[in-house]
Design a protein around this ligand. Structure first.
Ligand SMILES: Nc1nc2c(ncn2[C@@H]2O[C@H](COP(=O)(O)OP(=O)(O)OP(=O)(O)O)[C@@H](O)[C@H]2O)c(=O)[nH]1
Length: 537
């Protein structure tokens, strides 16, 4: 059965009254709609594990349009118009607002005609850059996330508002965790002002414990103002640095909700008010934002459930329609699933150009400088053990989903087939299990598995201990060997020692006969001085 009828594009319902009527008309479908959403999340989880690609449906289409242009030898007016049409179509299909899309297309068209293309830059490259700039603009301007996440000069109060089920309570816990990552000594109090839904208080209590933050809640039946008043006194007394205030949501915007928020804003005098919006509502999120912004002073939006939103309509419409910029995005149900939203980096990721800045930031968050130095030193010394391999694997998994990480690497993200990622993630898990079944001596000395007469017995013991098949074990040792070779190559090239092709060929994992023949042929074709030492440039 088609459920498309549940999502009327918001440009059809530009009138406030109609919006309200539409929402109440759809209220009976809400339970069904939520069930449908949950089933989609489950389906995606079952198919791809924890992987999500940012707006993958939209990204695939726009990347296709861009890649067609990049392949062109001649970029004449006919091709240019065709490329513009393809970009426009992909944005419209992504549920972006038609007026905004047309403005973007017209800007690209005008700029392309006016701009003086610098030497060394092709017309098609200029086109891609203009599309990227346009996309960055509609995703939002500067953003306020850095200010919101900055160290507080005095007690900082942040209020979270939004419709029911948009993800406020979960986002508060995620936000607390993100803040603690940045300021580990920060003292954070979570305040349960969502007194309408008793389960919300319990939910905040549980989540608070999971992120090691204290929660303040009133008795059952107490009103939100009363709880806030007590919580503020308590927080001053105990000198908390951050006060994160959860508020009640409604299925639709009504006077009751708005009046309560106005009172809470007046009493809490929050430094920031974050509007939490469900990305899966598409353009409707922009209308909700517009209505909230008329009542309370919204500092920015948190767009949740982006892991389930393949189209991107909410992100593409929010800023232009409501003037509300996206500061953070929810990328999973996990408490680690909140990321800062940088429009330029997101545009780059969508266009398949990667996001190396975020990748480096993630790496810095998860691995210390000393660890990096130690790893580099071992690489230089051409030592690479199972212990190092395990450290690298743990480092990769601590950075979040592999799919997200790969998408951030320029030139790699758009070449990865999302269906291959779960296989890669399973491979990482298998490798971890195998190494964990080794003794400390084995972890430190991989040679025991290659030269030692007891190697067969060792491998068999590990196979049984890790519960893996012989095929998985063989695959693991092969992968490890090639990682070891790569490390040797890197170490040799950095120190200028003989290595590279010659030394690789002499190892037992130089590939099969066909690969070796290919290598010899390549070496013959290379100028002599390039194959002696290090990498050929
Ligand atoms: N997949 C996914 N699920 C999320 C995300 N954020 C929140 N959720 C889920 O959305 C559901 C609703 O989240 P809540 O935090 O309870 O929403 P709320 O706005 O506090 O709801 P009310 O208190 O009823 O107003 C929960 O099942 C969350 O786990 C996200 O970024 N991704």
């Amino acid at each position: 059965m088609s459920i498309a009828f549940l999502h009327v594009p918001s440009y059809v319902c530009c009138h406030k009254t109609f919006c309200r009527k539409r929402a109440s008309l759809l209220a009976p479908f809400d339970a069904f709609r939520n069930k449908w959403r949950k089933s989609i999340i489950l389906q995606r989880k079952n198919t791809y594990g924890p992987v999500y690609m940012l707006f993958d449906e939209f990204a695939n289409k726009i990347q296709q349009a861009i890649s067609n242009v990049s392949k062109l030898q001649v970029f004449n007016d006919k091709e240019f118009q065709k490329a513009l049409k393809n970009v426009r179509d992909s944005l419209i299909e992504a549920d972006a607002n038609v007026e905004i899309v047309d403005e973007l297309i017209s800007n690209v068209e005008t700029k392309m005609k006016q701009v003086k293309i610098p030497k060394g830059v092709t017309k098609t490259q200029m086109f891609v850059k203009l599309v990227q700039d346009g996309l960055t603009e509609i995703l939002g301007g500067e953003g306020t996330s850095d200010r919101i996440l900055s160290a507080p000069q005095r007690q900082k109060r942040i209020m979270f508002v939004g419709l029911q089920g948009s993800g406020k309570t979960t986002t508060i816990a995620k936000f607390a965790k993100l803040t603690l990552k940045k300021f580990p000594k920060a003292r954070i109090l979570l305040v349960a002002c969502d007194t309408r839904r008793p389960a919300a208080i319990e939910q905040l209590n549980i989540l608070g414990k999971r992120v090691n933050c204290e929660t303040f809640s009133g008795e059952e039946g107490s009103n939100a103002e009363w709880v806030l008043d007590r919580a503020l006194k308590y927080s001053l007394e105990k000198e908390f640095d951050y006060i994160l205030i959860d508020t009640a949501g409604r299925q639709v915007i009504d006077n009751d909700l708005m009046n309560e928020l106005v009172l809470l804003e007046k009493n809490a005098k929050p430094d920031e008010i974050l509007l939490v919006l469900d990305a899966m509502t598409g353009q409707e999120a922009a209308n909700v934002a517009r209505q909230f912004a008329t009542t309370v002073r919204i500092s920015g939006a948190v767009l949740t459930k982006l892991d389930s939103d393949t189209r991107g309509g909410a992100a593409l419409s929010l800023n232009s329609i409501s003037g509300c910029s996206i500061c953070f995005m929810g990328t999973s149900e996990n408490l680690d699933g909140l990321e800062t939203f940088y429009p330029d980096r997101i545009a780059s990721r969508i266009l398949g150009m990667g996001d190396i800045v975020s990748l480096v930031e993630k790496a810095q968050e998860n691995v210390s400088e000393d660890e990096v130095k130690e790893m580099a030193k071992r690489m230089m010394e051409a030592k690479f053990t199972f212990e190092d391999f395990l450290k690298q694997l743990s480092f990769v998994s601590s950075m979040g989903s592999l799919g997200n990480m790969l998408k951030m690497i320029p030139g790699v993200g758009n070449k990865i087939n999302s269906e291959d990622i779960p296989k890669m993630e399973t491979k990482l898990k298998v490798a971890k299990a195998i190494i964990q079944s080794m003794t400390n001596e084995e972890k430190k000395n991989p040679q025991l598995f290659y030269d030692d007469i007891s190697s067969k017995k060792r491998i068999e013991r590990i196979r049984r201990g890790s519960g893996r098949s012989q095929e998985e074990i063989d695959d693991f040792f092969k992968t490890f060997k090639s990682a070891q070779i790569t490390m040797k190559k890197l170490g040799a090239s950095a120190t200028g020692e003989a290595g590279s092709a010659d030394s690789i060929e002499s190892t037992d994992f130089a590939g099969n006969r066909a690969q070796r023949r290919k290598l010899t042929k390549a070496k013959k074709l290379m100028p002599k001085n390039t194959i002696k030492k290090g990498f050929a440039k």
